[in-house]
Design a protein around this ligand. Structure first.
Ligand code: GUN
Ligand code: ZN
Length: 438
């Protein structure tokens, strides 16, 4: 059997770092190797030079080798929405986003964008994502077909939305149910595809549709559920008007039994004390989307408050409300959001979130998020000297934590030397620049 060895400075997390000195939370090997066979990691340790002729050694020194990045909240049909100028969330959705998503009824368009979408993920070192498709089942087919072509572990689903959007983006409680069920039967568990039941948010789903989402969640308990919660004050007010008999916004998802350990709740910015408790007690995941929250002006995520209460937290790009596919850029902006809250995110914790933390949030830590034998060989290689200014700053860096902080603060896709998916080098196979002509 042919084997590949990646040689370099290996870094992988074992647990959430409690502080910058928490050396038990990670494993770092200065001259290390990750041994790969059949798309999986079969060994991790100090580099061992004695190998047979059938083994290919790829020397990435002095770069860092980490688990591939994981983005637990991103919108596939919003590639051409990034950088749309709006005052706040509802204007942004109505003016730009809903207009753009209507194009995904066209299979040719969906297929073209799917290819470009996975190019961007790979370019930025992201090997797994939880993605929203458009309301159209063909957008899900385009998404998972392209993911399968690249053997990428992806979670996705068609958004269910039956009100408060243009006609071309609406399903009905019954068609949303039928199309979601058909999508699950077609894709869930096929290769590396996992289907997420995706009621977009309470504003675009009637009570009847949320009942259908509840029925699907009961029928397919293995599937993730993804939605948005408490992103913007006007959104919260509107949601409360639509469900006047329920105690709060979180109470809507609670009422339809949509909360639980496989539920991903995008944003969770303006939660009451009760809502923090419910999110935490149901083991739902609060997904922090800093570039989006800053760009749309939604608010400052309260990391410490949720963390103190024991809530599960993930960190995501939320492209196209988010402004970058890069998890480095995302955690940089996350750091700044927390600075404005008087909270401090240490760089070890940031890199934990991009890898093992987000894998745990998706309940996929047995498969991805760490460089350990048995895990998928989804790997990113990072160069902290990727730009002249980073190289200059690296002259004064003396610790691993400082290097990680520099990568987070100044790094982007230029710092990603290679992205391996199931052991295959994918970034170096991409077209060198985006032409838009494919
Ligand atoms: N709330 C409902 N839909 C969306 C979306 O597409 N992006 C963001 N940021 N918030 C949402
Ligand atoms: Zn979103």
């Amino acid at each position: 059997m042919s084997r590949t060895i990646l040689r370099g400075r290996v870094l992988t997390f074992a647990d959430e770092p409690k502080s910058l000195d928490d050396a038990t939370s990670y494993r770092y090997i200065e001259d290390g190797e990750v041994e790969i066979a059949d798309g999986r990691i079969v060994g991790v340790g100090p580099f061992d030079g004695a190998r047979d002729a059938a083994t290919t050694i790829i020397d990435h020194r002095p770069n860092l080798i980490l688990p591939g990045f994981i983005d637990p909240h991103i919108h596939f049909p919003q590639m051409q929405v990034i950088g749309s100028h709006a005052a706040a969330l509802l204007e942004w959705l109505n003016t730009y986003t809903f207009a753009e998503e209507q194009k995904f009824g066209d299979e040719v368009h969906a297929t073209r964008i799917a290819s470009l979408f996975f190019d961007e993920l790979i370019r930025h070192g992201t090997t797994t994502a939880a993605a929203y498709c458009s309301v159209h089942p063909q957008s899900v087919d385009a998404f998972f077909s392209e993911a399968a072509r690249r053997d990428m572990l992806m979670i996705a689903g068609k958004v269910m939305m039956d009100r408060n959007a243009p006609q071309g983006l609406l399903d009905t409680p019954q068609s949303g149910y039928d199309e979601t069920k058909a999508g699950i039967e077609k894709w869930h568990g096929k290769g590396r595809a996992l289907y997420a039941i995706t009621p977009r948010f309470a504003i675009t789903s009637t009570p009847e549709q949320l009942e259908m989402a509840e029925a699907l969640a009961r029928e397919f308990p293995d599937c993730h559920i993804q939605t948005h919660l408490s992103e913007n004050l006007a959104e919260i007010e509107f949601a409360r008007e639509l469900f006047p008999n329920l105690v709060d916004y979180t109470g809507i998802y609670e009422r339809y039994h949509l909360l639980g350990p496989k539920t991903l709740l995008g944003h969770c910015i303006h939660l009451s004390h009760r809502e923090v408790e419910i999110v935490s007690d149901t083991r739902s995941v609060a997904v922090f989307c800093p570039t989006s929250n800053m760009f749309i002006g939604s608010g400052l995520f309260d990391y410490e408050r949720l963390h103190r209460r024991g809530a599960r937290i993930a960190v995501a790009t939320d492209v196209g409300g988010g402004t970058s596919y890069s998890m480095l850029r995302t955690l940089d902006e996350g750091y700044k959001v927390l600075q404005l809250r008087g909270q401090r995110l240490n760089p070890l914790r940031s890199f934990y979130h991009m890898t093992l933390g987000n894998a745990r949030a998706l309940s996929l830590e047995d498969n991805i998020g760490a460089l350990v034998p048995g895990a998928a060989a989804d790997v990113v290689v990072l160069n902290a000297r990727a730009t002249p200014q980073m190289a200059l700053r690296m002259e004064t860096v003396s610790t691993l934590a400082e290097e990680l902080f520099l990568l987070q603060t100044c790094g982007d896709d230029r710092a990603v030397v290679e992205t391996y998916v199931s052991g295959i080098a994918r970034k170096s196979q991409l077209p060198p620049t985006f032409s838009g002509a494919r």
